[in-house]
Design a protein around this ligand. Structure first.
Ligand code: IMP
Ligand code: MG
Length: 181
């Protein structure tokens, strides 16, 4: 796999979108509380930056949804981590790194509904609409990208590259991965 340079989305551009999303959320929330539900692990960096930008009062919660093996969606979504504290009657802002097929988001939204969330909105830094299989609400979306596999700023390929500050395209150049070499 080859990490493409320069980055697809440089640090400054990421931060500009985080600030714009926070301002849009604040404008609509009108002071009402939110539960900020970050989807681990990919949305960890985005949620941390968004939380620090938001003026809307919010509590942070985390869930984990797994639907990916390598870079292909398996179609099955498991939710192995879920907040201990009830979200019944709460307004929930689901914070995702990227909207791809929509399966993860749809599964989490369904679970939130089952557990009695009063209202749900979806916030994602990135969007790959060309890959969508299940329609999902796109309430607050930062950037639309083409059908690239991207890493960095929380996004991984087999758990690597999350710590990169910018977002890069990862290209399959036919070479073996370091781990399996
Ligand atoms: P979905 O259920 O297909 O929408 O998949 C969403 C999840 O797949 C995201 O939250 C990411 O964790 C992962 N994913 C989708 N596209 C990419 C990508 O380009 N790079 C890294 N992870 C991705
Ligand atoms: Mg992943």
């Amino acid at each position: 796999m080859r990490l493409c340079e320069p980055p697809l989305i440089p640090v400054e551009r990421i931060q500009k979108h985080v600030a714009e999303l926070a301002a849009a959320i604040d404008g609509d929330a009108d002071g009402r509380d939110y539960v900020l539900m970050a989807v681990l692990k990919g949305a960890m960096y985005f949620a941390a930056d968004l939380s620090r930008r938001l003026e809307t009062p919010h509590r942070l919660e985390f869930c984990r949804a797994q639907s990916y093996a390598g870079n292909e969606s398996t179609g099955q979504v498991h939710i192995p981590i879920w907040p201990e504290k009830s979200i019944a009657g709460q307004r929930v802002l689901l914070v995702e790194d990227i909207l791809d097929t929509g399966r993860t988001t749809a599964a989490i939204l369904q679970r939130l509904k089952q557990e009695g969330a009063a209202d749900t909105h979806v916030c994602a830094l990135l969007n790959k609409p060309s890959r969508r299989v299940i329609p999902i609400p796109e309430d607050y979306v930062g950037l639309t990208i083409g059908d690239h596999f991207v890493v960095g700023y929380g996004l991984d390929y087999e758990e690597r590259y999350r710590g990169l500050e910018a977002i890069h395209v990862l290209e399959d150049d036919g070479s073996a991965d370091l781990d399996s070499a």
